[in-house]
Design a protein around this ligand. Structure first.
Ligand SMILES: [Zn+2]
Length: 463
């Protein structure tokens, strides 16, 4: 199995620290707002990577965190009047429920910053003792970046460049602008925990280092997150952990690409955030997954208006074929190992879901040909696809269920005028009034829709 490692900037053979076991951590969500498609995508990718590692025979321990205290959560708490911890707990419950609807499984271990305050304080104290961090008079603690020689090795940023990218804030007590906060003193009215440096709360970066150590010890195999976390978050995690342990923190650093909407970065200020809730109200989780997994996880995904409707159409086509297999009465009498082997070949190459999904077209074409020839192995192929591609969260439904969902949705998307014309056309056909039926079809076409007559009745589609 090959994995692209951000740290070495190349694909490497995957060899875990301990034979047969994988320790994997992926940075999770800061629960200051509702879950959007970016959150869902990240959760999906690491769930799939975990499942594929398990399929390959590894015993995987996979941890994900919730950042449940930070500046934005505190701001939301002040805005809503809900205490910060209560607000965070409410958001976590809400996001968990959405992820279940999206059919993404829980990690082996859930970690929360607020449940690890002692671990965090202990970590920060050790960094101060070893000269890698310092407290200020105000009660903040900073990591001393120039005390760690390897700073910049993940992002490839040289320290000089990094200076330009750090916002020079009004933090006069920092010894160096690059130094970053491990512990933040509490302002009046903010949530706090007692610490050796006074009342305060953890910085963001330290929670992942401290929780990793608590969950796994000093080293892990895989650390994942969105590409936007490479700098400074992951660079800082490396600095904190490796300064403390003197050992390599994560052997493989995996970063998923980012999501754009119609070519633009998704952001609150642009108002173009696609909320997971809204997407799940409109599309099957399988459609959303199919749409996202058509791109290799390292590439950026551009969500256009057509992306989900197109994915819906493809999934519908595949499910129609699965329904045809059921209707044919052909029974599976074994698997189709070639399908599974080809899937593994794609996934062994840096989890290439794009290739695995592209293969589906050829596979379903083959099933159709076999059906036409009454070849019973069509049923074996269909069963194998369900089993193999179930790992990606696809084909978990009964064909009739997906077909009903798609057709009902198509109908609800069609303007009432078109539906009325189609009904009139159907009546004209029953009356064998072909001229009227043809004229009505022309009107439907002029409105941008097609009408096809099938065994199940007329099917209306957008042109
Ligand atoms: Zn993190």
């Amino acid at each position: 199995m090959k994995i692209y490692n951000t740290l070495t900037r190349r694909k490497e053979d995957f060899v875990p620290l301990e034979e047969g076991k994988v320790k994997m951590y992926a940075c999770g969500i800061t629960v200051s707002g509702e879950a959007h498609i970016g959150h869902a995508y990240q959760a999906l990718i690491y769930d799939i990577i975990r499942k594929y590692l398990e399929k390959a025979g590894y015993d995987v321990k996979y941890a994900r965190n919730y950042t449940d205290v930070d500046d934005k959560i505190i701001a939301k708490s002040h805005e809503t009047g809900i205490p910060a911890l209560e607000y965070a707990a409410m958001m976590i419950e809400n996001i968990d429920a959405l992820m279940r609807r999206f059919e993404v499984d829980d990690p082996t271990v859930w970690l929360k910053a607020t449940e690890n305050i002692d671990n965090i304080i202990d970590f920060v104290e050790s960094l101060i003792k070893s000269g890698h961090a310092y407290p200020t008079e105000r009660g903040d603690v900073y990591f001393k970046v120039d005390s760690f020689k390897g700073y910049g090795k993940l992002s490839g940023r040289r320290t000089e460049d990094a200076y330009e990218s750090v916002r020079i804030e009004n933090e006069e007590n920092k010894q160096d602008p690059l130094d970053f906060a491990l512990w933040k003193s509490a302002k009046e009215g903010e949530i706090y925990w007692e610490s050796p440096w006074g009342k305060g709360r953890p910085g963001w970066h330290i929670e992942c280092s401290a929780m990793n150590r608590a969950a796994f010890g000093e080293q892990i195999d895989i650390h994942g997150g969105g590409r936007d976390l490479v700098f400074p978050h992951h660079e800082n995690e490396i600095a904190q952990t490796e300064a403390l342990t003197g050992k390599q923190f994560a052997k493989y650093w995996i970063h998923n690409g980012l999501i754009k909407v119609n070519g633009q970065k998704m952001s609150k200020s642009l108002g173009n955030s696609l909320l997971l809730k809204d997407l799940l109200d409109e599309y099957s989780p399988e459609t959303i997954k199919y749409a996202l997994l058509q791109t290799n996880y390292r590439g950026d995904i551009n969500i256009t208006d057509e992306l989900f409707p197109e994915a819906d159409k493809h999934m519908y086509g595949f499910y129609k074929t699965l329904a045809d297999v059921e209707a044919s009465g052909l029974k599976a009498d074994g698997g189709s190992p070639d399908i599974d082997a080809e899937f593994d070949r794609a996934m062994d190459d840096d989890f290439n879901t794009a290739k695995a999904l592209a293969d589906l077209f050829g596979l379903f074409k083959r099933i159709k040909a076999k059906l036409a020839a009454s070849d019973a192995s069509a049923a074996n192929d269909a069963e194998q696809i369900k089993k193999t591609y179930g790992l990606l969260g696809l084909f978990r439904r009964k064909p009739a269920e997906f077909i009903a969902y798609y057709e009902a949705k198509q109908k609800s998307d069609i303007p009432a005028e078109v539906l009325r014309l189609a009904d009139e056309r159907a009546a004209a056909k029953v009356a064998k009034d072909w001229a009227t039926a043809d004229a009505l079809r022309a009107k439907i076409t002029a409105l941008g829709y097609s009408v096809k007559d099938t065994k199940e009745g007329p099917v209306i589609e957008k042109l």
